[in-house]
Write a protein that binds this ligand. Structure first.
Ligand SMILES: Cc1cc2nc3c(=O)[nH]c(=O)nc-3n(C[C@H](O)[C@H](O)[C@H](O)COP(=O)(O)OP(=O)(O)OC[C@H]3O[C@@H](n4cnc5c(N)ncnc54)[C@H](O)[C@@H]3O)c2cc1C
Length: 375
């Protein structure tokens, strides 16, 4: 049986964020196992881009973590050969009484964040790509932006390749975890076995099945989500147009300016289809509402956005309260799961704090709200 000090199961967003935080910061040997070779389209991290924002509509308690993560993205920009974070700014749009927008503004006030409150006319004059009537208002956060995911993964993987103590083991699905004499034993689909003193389970949709035999039940629902890239007029280019969140009568949406010739990207945050275990979500277009859902926002509010270039499908792994699960339910076994469609932006901060927790054995107080025992 092969031996390692730390095994990370899942070399996706949280697995690589933690592995790169550990790189060259400990002499312990770390192995990162992934079922495929990230980045890839069978997980929750693909699709070119993710929004990063700090004035947080999902709850002001996230702001300190988001601030730490934003510093992390800015640091990564200096370390990587090409920028992974583009500070486009983020525009939050909603109806006057939108609870999301109210929480964005409360977050900004509570933490003295730089934001601008705007009425519908301010928005449409500044960004003519929007068509909004008087029932809308907005809050612009200039420090927010967009992370380019594939470029980020390339950078993270280069950090691992150059580190003395971390090894990425791709195309190796882990099928079981068991305990033997205070250590954890992992078995792969090919039948290989490793033992490790500590493990981080960050395997996305496989987390539930891996943890159930250890008596750990994760209340996580897989939800199919679609997004697409569209033709557009020049006012939607990244130099002129920010990323956005929209909560209004059309639904809850998010979107990205056109970057590197990719087209304007739009996705729907609410809705989607539940996916049962052992099934695949189905390609874009396999569900009748895939395109009409995206077009609803465009047809109401984005006059310069045209035809679909291509669509894609991704999964949210959603907890009942849509907050994360980050915990150590058994000594030495850490879980990073249930990021509910909004975890990516926090990755550098989560990776750093998990590293510190694994090395110091002291749980960060800031992760207390994410404990599994709340369910
Ligand atoms: C369409 C969409 C848009 C999103 N937009 C945003 C956004 O704008 N901003 C934001 O902050 N968040 C966003 N999110 C959420 C964010 O992308 C996720 O929360 C985050 O990527 C989850 O990270 P993860 O490490 O849990 O999962 P992943 O990044 O999916 O990593 C899990 C890894 O585990 C591997 N794996 C699976 N099974 C096994 C196994 N048996 N053995 C070994 N490895 C295994 C997989 O191959 C995968 O690489 C979005 C999500 C989606 C789907």
């Amino acid at each position: 049986m092969l031996d390692t000090d730390i095994a990370i199961i899942g070399g996706g967003t949280m697995g690589l964020a933690t592995a790169t935080a550990l790189a060259n910061r400990t002499t312990r040997r770390v192995r990162v196992f992934d079922a495929a070779r990230p980045p890839h389209t069978e997980a929750s991290h693909h699709g070119h881009s993710r929004l990063v924002r700090v004035a947080y509509g999902e709850g002001r308690a996230y702001v300190p973590l988001a601030q730490e993560a934003l510093c992390g993205w800015q640091r990564l920009n200096q370390a990587a050969d090409a920028p992974v974070f583009i500070p486009t700014g983020i525009l939050n749009i909603g109806a006057h009484d939108s609870p999301f927008l109210a929480e964005v503004e409360t977050s900004a006030r509570s933490f003295d964040l730089r934001t601008e409150s705007l009425n519908h006319a301010d928005i449409t004059q500044r960004w003519p790509g929007w068509s909004l009537n008087t029932s809308f208002r907005g809050c612009f956060e200039p420090q927010g932006g967009v992370v380019l995911t594939e470029r980020l993964f390339q950078y993270w993987r280069s950090v691992i390749a150059n580190s003395a103590n971390i090894t990425a083991i791709d195309n190796t699905p882990i099928t079981s975890i068991s305990r033997r004499h205070e250590r954890f034993v992992l078995r792969s689909l090919a039948g290989d076995q490793w033992q490790a003193g500590q493990i981080l389970v960050a395997a996305g949709r496989a987390n539930r099945a891996l943890l159930r035999p250890l008596g750990i039940e994760l209340p996580i629902q897989r939800v199919r989500k679609v997004f697409g890239w569209f033709d557009h007029t020049p006012e939607y280019d990244a130099a002129r147009w920010p990323g956005f969140n929209y909560c209004g009568p059309a639904g809850d949406y998010y979107g990205f300016p056109a970057i590197d010739g990719h087209g304007v990207k739009i996705g729907r945050h609410d809705g989607g289809q539940h996916i049962e275990d052992e099934t695949t979500p189905g390609d874009f277009g396999s569900h009748p509402s895939d395109l009409t859902d995206l077009r609803r926002l465009i047809d109401r509010h984005m006059p310069g956005v045209g035809e679909l270039q291509r669509g894609a499908v991704c999964e949210y792994l959603r907890t009942p309260d849509e907050h994360f699960i980050i915990d150590e339910p058994i000594d030495g076994l850490f879980i990073a799961a249930g990021f509910s469609g909004h975890g990516f932006k926090f990755a550098p901060a989560i990776g750093d704090r998990l590293r510190d927790w694994m090395c110091s054995h002291a749980p960060p107080a800031s992760f207390q709200p994410f404990n599994l025992g709340r369910f």
